[in-house]
Design a binder for this molecule. Structure first.
Ligand code: GDD
Ligand code: MN
Length: 386
C-alpha cells in the first residue's frame, strides 16, 4: 500500500471516528430512574423518554436494588442495544433516596433529573424542565402536583393524599421550604449543586427533593411546573405508611441542622417506648404478686430489650431488616450489647455522681452514655451493612 493510501485510510478512519465522537458528545442530561420491581415498566419508560427528549443529548441511569423480578436484567438488555441506557445494580441495600443519590453522583452531565420508573410521572414535562434549567435562572426545576394546572389525579389514595398534605405543611412551616409539592419525586437539578450538597444528604427514606432543597438553606432558585400524577399500570407502590416516619425523622434532623442522624432519632424514639414497656411489665409482674422485685425487674428488662429489637428491626433498620436465623442472631447480639450498655450507663453515672452528687445530672449522663453505646454498637454489629 502506498503511503498516500495509508494516509488516506487513516484520514477516513479519523473522520469516521470524528462522526462517532460527535454522537458521543458530552451528555447534557442524566435521567435517574430508581427501580424496585419495575421490569414491566422499564421498556415503556425508556421509549417514552426517548420520544420526549428527541434532539437532546440524554442518558438514562437505572438504579436498581437487585429487584427479584429481574428489573436490572431487563434494563441491561435494553442497554445492550441503546448506549444511552446505563444500569447500576445495588446489592444488599434498599431505599429510594440512597438509590437516587447514587445515580446522580454517577453522572457527569450538566443536569440530572430524577423520575419514577412506573409511568406515574409525565415524561413530556422533561423538555420544559430542561428549558428552565438552560435559561440559567434556576438551580432546580420541580414537577409539582400542587401549582395551578397540576393535580394528584387518581394516583394517590385518600389517606396518602391527606398524609401528603400534612407533610407539605410541616415542611413549609418548620423548614421554611417554599415548595408547593416537597414530596414530589420528579425534578431536574444542576449536577454541580448535587455534588456540593451530597455530603449533607440522608440516604435513608424517600424525600430526596425536600432534603436537597432544605440542605441548600434557601440558596436554590426554584422553578415549579405543574403536572398530573398518573395512575400506575403495572406493579405496585413500594412506599408504605411507614415512610411517613422517615419523613418526620428527616424534618427533625434538618431542624437540628443535621447534628443528629435520622437513624439515631428513630433509635432513641424506640428506646423511649422501651422505657414505657419496661415500666408496664414491671408493674404487671409486681401486681401479680408472684415475683420479688429483682426477678420482676430482670424479666421486664428482657421484655423491653426484645420489644426494642423488634421495633428497631421493623422501623429504624427497615432497609436492613433481619429475617430467619439472622433475626435470632441479631436478637442475641442485641441482648449482649444492651447489657454492656447498662454497665456503661451505671459506670458513667456513678463516676459523675462521685465527683458531684447531682442525682439527675449523673442519671441523665449515664442514660445518654448507655443509649449512644447501644446505638453505635448495634449499628455496627446487629444491623451491620451486608
Ligand atoms: N432503587 C430503588 N430502591 N427504587 C425504589 C425503591 C427502593 O427501595 N422504592 C421505590 N423505588 C422506585 C420505584 O420502583 C419507582 O420507580 C419509584 O421509586 C417510586 O416508587 P413507588 O413505589 O411507585 O412510589 P409511589 O408512587 O407510592 O410514591 C410516589 O409518589 C410520592 C408522592 O406521594 C413517589 O414519586 C414518591 O417519591 C413521592 O413522594
Ligand atoms: Mn409510583
Amino acid at each position: 500500500m502506498s503511503s498516500t493510501l495509508v494516509a488516506d485510510s487513516i484520514r477516513k478512519a479519523d473522520s469516521q471516528e470524528g462522526q462517532t465522537s460527535l454522537e458521543l458528545d458530552a451528555v447534557e442530561l442524566s435521567l435517574v430512574l430508581p427501580t424496585y420491581n419495575e421490569a414491566e415498566n422499564i421498556p415503556l419508560v425508556v421509549d417514552l423518554v426517548g420520544q420526549a427528549l428527541a434532539g437532546v443529548n440524554w442518558e438514562i441511569i437505572v438504579v436498581d436494588d437487585n429487584s427479584p423480578d429481574g428489573t436490572s436484567q431487563v434494563a441491561r438488555h435494553i442497554a445492550q442495544e441503546n448506549p444511552r441506557v446505563r444500569v447500576i445494580r445495588r446489592i444488599g441495600r434498599r431505599g429510594l433516596s440512597g438509590a437516587c443519590i447514587e445515580g446522580m453522583l454517577s453522572s457527569s452531565a450538566k443536569y440530572v433529573a430524577v423520575m419514577d420508573a412506573d409511568l406515574q410521572h409525565d415524561e413530556s414535562l422533561l423538555p420544559r424542565m430542561l428549558a428552565a434549567m438552560r435559561s440559567g435562572h434556576y438551580d432546580i426545576a420541580v414537577a409539582s402536583r400542587h401549582v395551578e394546572g397540576g393535580d394528584v389525579g387518581d394516583g394517590l389514595s385518600k389517606i396518602r393524599s391527606w398524609g401528603s398534605d400534612l407533610a407539605n405543611n410541616l415542611a413549609r412551616n418548620l423548614l421554611k421550604v417554599t415548595l408547593s409539592d416537597p414530596m414530589s419525586g420528579f425534578f431536574m437539578v444542576s449536577r454541580e449543586k448535587v455534588d456540593a450538597l451530597a455530603p449533607q444528604l440522608s440516604s435513608q427514606g424517600f424525600k430526596i427533593l425536600l432534603d436537597l432543597v432544605a440542605s441548600a438553606k434557601g440558596s436554590m432558585r426554584i422553578k415549579e411546573l405543574p403536572f398530573v400524577f398518573r395512575e400506575r399500570q403495572h406493579g405496585e407502590s413500594k412506599l408504605d405508611t411507614l415512610v411517613t416516619l422517615d419523613y418526620l425523622g428527616l424534618l427533625v434532623a434538618k431542624l437540628f441542622n443535621d447534628m443528629i442522624s435520622v437513624r439515631f432519632l428513630m433509635y432513641s424514639a424506640v428506646g423511649a417506648t422501651g422505657v414505657v414497656v419496661h415500666l408496664i411489665v414491671l408493674k404487671l409482674l409486681l401486681a401479680s404478686g408472684g415475683f420479688v422485685f429483682n426477678q420482676a425487674q430482670l424479666m421486664a428488662t428482657v421484655v423491653a430489650m426484645t420489644s426494642n429489637f423488634i421495633l428497631n428491626n421493623r422501623l429504624t433498620y427497615r432497609d436492613r431488616r433481619l429475617k430467619g436465623f439472622a433475626w435470632l442472631k441479631g436478637l442475641l447480639t442485641f441482648y449482649c450489647i444492651c447489657s454492656v450498655g447498662v454497665l456503661a450507663n451505671v459506670g458513667v453515672a456513678s463516676f459523675i455522681y462521685d465527683a458531684s452528687p447531682i442525682w439527675w445530672f449523673a442519671g441523665a449522663a449515664g442514660a445518654v452514655m448507655g443509649a449512644v453505646w447501644n446505638f453505635v454498637a448495634s449499628n455496627a454489629l446487629t444491623w451491620r451493612r451486608a
